[in-house]
Design a protein around this ligand. Structure first.
Ligand code: UDP
Length: 181
């Protein structure tokens, strides 16, 4: 939360990064100028039931591909990491942040600090769905981060929060959702 960032302002993902940075700046201006009650949560990769099947995110892509028996598309070598937070855990964190004392404005990281490679995620989805799908490699998108893992010390301390649902459990629930739609 203290790091001020060193990000591309012109790359294909820049509008996403810069949009979030700008939003945080405006929030703090509203706090200073209008005393608005604000909370800034920094949300890391989140997944769970009701994801849109074709929005392109990795958990939904892999589950949909596995259930159809289509190839599972790993971008790059699959050694990049992400930390996946189950949606119910995230909502609990956000609710605690909103109920917390107004002094707790954030930015505060909310996410699951347990890190997996994308290849491990693919293998776990294959195991849980018992699919016959095979892995294929596709080009890594430009500016794809090689690692992402939240430090949730502040959330643990200020909100007494940490994720409770492990990846396999969350994936089982999400797979059941995708089977049901
Ligand atoms: N990814 C992948 N196959 C897919 C979709 C995504 O290997 O079908 C990779 C993607 O390149 C990234 C990671 O999975 O390294 C997470 O991608 P996502 O779009 O879900 O989230 P973000 O990149 O915002 O962390």
């Amino acid at each position: 939360e203290k790091y001020r960032g060193s990000v591309s302002t012109t790359g294909p993902r820049a509008c996403y990064d810069e949009g979030k940075r700008c939003a945080e700046t405006l929030f703090f201006d509203y706090l200073r100028q209008h005393n608005l009650r604000i909370r800034v949560a920094r949300i890391f990769n989140t997944y769970g039931p009701r994801m849109v099947p074709d929005d392109g995110r990795v958990v939904s892509n892999f589950i949909v591909q596995a259930l159809k028996g289509s190839p599972i598309t790993i971008y790059g070598d699959g050694m990049q990491t992400r930390s996946f937070c189950y949606v119910d855990d995230l909502i609990e964190g956000m609710t605690r942040l909103m109920k917390a004392d107004d002094k707790i404005t954030g930015p505060i990281n909310l996410g699951n600090p347990v890190e997996f490679t994308i290849r491990q995620l693919a293998e776990t989805v294959i195991k849980l769905t018992k699919t016959k799908s095979r892995l294929i490699e596709k080009p890594l998108p430009e500016d794809d981060p090689t690692q992402r893992c939240p430090d949730i010390k502040s959330a643990r301390k200020a909100l007494k929060w940490q994720p409770e649902i492990e990846l396999e459990e969350g994936l089982i629930r999400t797979i059941n959702y995708f089977k049901s739609i």
